[in-house]
Ligand binder design. Structure first.
Ligand code: HBI
Length: 364
């Protein structure tokens, strides 16, 4: 193993909200975990994010401006929109000014501009793509970078890669979490759990339907992004024994999640990865998930949970009845093997070194 230089890394966050607001969904947790782990390994991190972001102890450059609209609320033909005083445009003008001080820029935004600007920059850019194919404009611009700069498009699962026509050009880096934040629980309560942004693409209504059918309590945790969608669920399932626990910090989330008998994952779309799946497993909580997207590559059917026919509430109910068969400690062990920050740090560090070495004849 040749000794590697420490890298000067510039992480550019997503433009839809300050870090810590929850607006950025899984990407916030991902950025934090990668930055913390690579910092621990001696790399030098600078994070560019929206004004008002939480200080995670790393060098933070805060930039104010108008946020982008969330990409998944638009249709396939959505045009690329840059609002007045766009925070995204300001992020990347800053990047242009400081790029010579870094070995690698890492883009965490699912937005057109960073991909378009890549050939205009002298510093190499790694793009960690957080969602599957959503719009034609994004597919086109990501593919251009994938072709011009081989190996610089990172994705979290094969299923996510497969949503793109250029999926074979994507590097699957999976994801990871800081296991020290998650406490194993061997003696759960009867409740099931559901964790995620409360929005239509997450299919919460199916988990609530299963709760109403079985009478098993359901703890709902996550950012209430879509009020009307939530109200409709409450109207449709008035007798479901559900409680909304709010948008919680990781510490509060795991404190409740760990006591659940299982986590239900009901994505309507191809979940790029499904951070909540490995958060649950880290607490020893088996995962019952639709056989769709990233969770289907994380859960081993019958070993760390059950994979269910997509959109089948009956399938959820059947799996809920046999979740006691799962060894909760096997769930924790699986995350320790594959999804710890050490395992993820190895994958990310190697990816970054591969890009840098290809780009500048980097001496390793
Ligand atoms: N929308 N425009 C835009 N840009 C992002 O980076 C973005 C988004 N919507 C959701 C999102 N990122 C994150 O929640 C991902 O983790 C899904």
């Amino acid at each position: 193993m040749t000794n590697h230089h420490s890298l000067r890394l510039l992480f550019v966050s997503n433009p839809i909200g300050p870090l810590g607001s929850g607006l950025g969904g899984g990407v916030e947790l991902t950025l934090r975990n990668i930055a913390t782990e690579l910092g621990r390994r001696g790399h030098r991190l600078t994070i560019v994010a929206t004004q008002g972001s939480l200080d995670w102890g790393m060098l933070l450059v805060e930039i104010a401006g108008t946020p982008q609209m969330s990409a998944q609320t638009q249709g396939r033909d959505a045009p690329t929109i840059i609002p007045a005083s766009s925070v995204l445009a300001k992020f990347w003008d800053y990047v242009r000014q400081v790029q010579t001080e870094f070995d690698l820029i890492v883009n965490f935004a699912y937005d057109w501009l960073p991909f378009y600007l890549t050939p205009f920059l002298t510093c190499p850019v790694a793009h960690l793509v957080s969602m599957g194919s959503l719009t034609t404009a994004m597919d086109e611009i990501i593919e251009q970078v994938a072709v011009k700069f081989p190996g610089t498009i990172g994705v979290h699962s094969q299923a996510q890669a497969a949503t793109f026509t250029f999926g074979d050009r994507c590097r699957c880096v999976k994801n990871g979490i800081d296991l020290s934040l998650y406490e194993f629980c061997g003696e759960p309560e009867p409740s099931m759990g559901w964790v995620g942004r409360i929005a239509p693409e997450k299919g919460l209504e199916d988990a609530v339907a299963a709760s109403q059918l079985t009478g098993i309590p359901l703890k709902i945790m996550g950012f209430l992004q879509h009020e009307e969608y939530w109200q409709q669920i409450l109207r449709d399932y008035p007798d479901a024994p559900i409680t909304y626990e709010g948008f919680l910090s990781t510490a509060e989330l795991q404190q409740r999640l760990r006591r659940c008998r299982a986590l239900l994952m009901t994505p309507r779309w191809v979940e790029a990865f499904g951070n909540v799946a490995i958060e649950a497993l880290a607490c020893g909580v088996p995962v019952i998930a639709y056989r769709r997207g990233g969770p289907a590559e994380i859960i081993e059917d019958g070993k760390t949970g059950f994979l269910v026919e997509p959109d089948s509430v009956a399938g959820l109910v059947e799996a809920m009845g046999k979740v006691n068969e799962i060894d909760r400690y096997a769930c924790r062990q699986r995350v320790e093997e594959e999804y710890s920050t050490t395992a993820m740090g190895d994958r990310m560090e190697q990816w970054f070194y591969d890009i840098c070495s290809r780009n500048k004849g980097f001496l390793m």
